[in-house]
Write a protein that binds this ligand. Structure first.
Ligand code: P6P
Length: 334
């Protein structure tokens, strides 16, 4: 099949037919595709319509909200508000879970970071959207956030959209990872990266080294090891860090490598949020053959006790994530 004529929607309908996944999941992913098209257009023209800059408020996790953060959240919420399939939405931009009026007995929960890396917006650098879809664990009317508090192992679908030199949508429902590139002249996401596999090794690592002095001494040794270009025992890694989790994890997914955001004394659980950043990306990367850990625990296994709960994260090539865990525990490669 010529991939470049396989639209995202046609792919989803074929997946439904072949894998017997519920058609509702295909419809939910179609809606995420629609939201991604709207955001791709609006992000690219934000400077022309006055949507750059700060709102002047902070979100639930203390991040300064950009105008496009608020707008992106509205676009994603509206894409799921009238289809009657989503009971509630947990979003980085919402203090509490938003119950969806027409979905009070719907069976799915959406968790999302509508605009990841928004500090990049005003300078035109890459940003992303992250999404995870859970089946409700309760019955009857959805009335509390409890339905959203599920570990990554319960995800039925997850993925991200990267708004970069092109707009890509990458997703999994648990049997493989497929990537689609937006053709803006058609307004369609076309299959461009079928069955993505994460290389076991990579040549880059991605971390904010300005926190080096605050990391665990064993992780300082990892950074020294990765950056040792004179070593004869292992290949050194080059640092690549964009400030957008989606962009940095996407690089690791396609080319191999390691992204990590560890804990510090000031942030004992790190900065990244488990429910709508770490867990959905962990599902994608694991389905592609990579790994994702907090340093001591598989991200997908971590119990979720609050919607904005944070977790340290190391994600990417399996060998690199295992190296990270070994260094964190022992301060050496093995
Ligand atoms: P820092 C963006 O705010 C984000 O959540 C991720 O997209 C990104 O990797 C990280 O935080 C950047 O954080 O502390 O390096 O600016």
């Amino acid at each position: 099949m010529n991939n470049l004529t396989t639209t995202f929607n046609a792919h989803l309908w074929r997946q439904h037919r072949l894998s017997k996944q519920p058609i509702e999941i295909s419809i939910l992913l179609t809606q995420m595709g629609f939201a991604a098209k709207v955001l791709s257009r609006e992000i690219s023209r934000a400077a022309l319509v006055g949507r750059l800059g700060l709102v002047g408020e902070k979100n639930a996790t203390g991040d300064a909200q950009k105008k496009l953060d608020v707008f992106s959240n509205q676009v994603v919420v509206e894409a799921f508000s009238d289809i009657g399939l989503v009971a509630a939405i947990a979003s980085e931009e919402l203090d509490q879970v938003q119950l969806i009026e027409c979905g009070q007995d719907a069976q799915y929960i959406l968790c999302t970071d509508p605009l990841d890396g928004s500090s990049n917006i005003d300078t035109g650098s890459a940003v992303g959207t992250i999404f995870g879809i859970y089946r409700r664990s309760s019955t009857g009317y959805c009335s509390t956030e409890a339905d959203a508090l599920q570990p990554g192992t319960e995800l039925v679908a997850a993925g991200y959209v990267l708004y970069g030199t092109s707009t890509m949508l990458v997703y999994t429902t648990g049997d493989q990872v497929d990537g689609f590139t937006l053709d803006p002249t058609l307004g369609e996401f076309l299959l461009s990266h079928e069955n993505i596999r994460c290389p076991d090794q990579g040549k880059t690592y991605s971390a904010n080294l300005s926190y080096y002095q605050e990391w665990h001494p064993h992780l300082q040794k990892l950074v020294d090891y990765l950056g040792d270009h004179k070593s004869t025992s292992h290949a050194a890694h080059t640092l690549r860090y964009s400030g957008a989790l989606v962009a940095d994890v996407h690089r690791c997914l396609l080319e191999g490598g390691l992204y990590f955001y560890p804990s510090t004394e000031e942030q004992p659980l790190g900065k990244l949020r488990l429910l709508y950043e770490c867990a959905p990306l962990a599902f994608v990367v694991e389905q592609a053959g990579g790994l994702a850990t907090s340093g001591t625990e598989r991200i997908m296994d971590i119990e979720v006790t609050s919607i904005h709960q944070r977790s340290p994260l190391a994600i990417g090539s399996a060998a690199a994530v295992k190296l990270y865990e070994n260094f964190l525990e022992q301060g050496m490669p093995t």
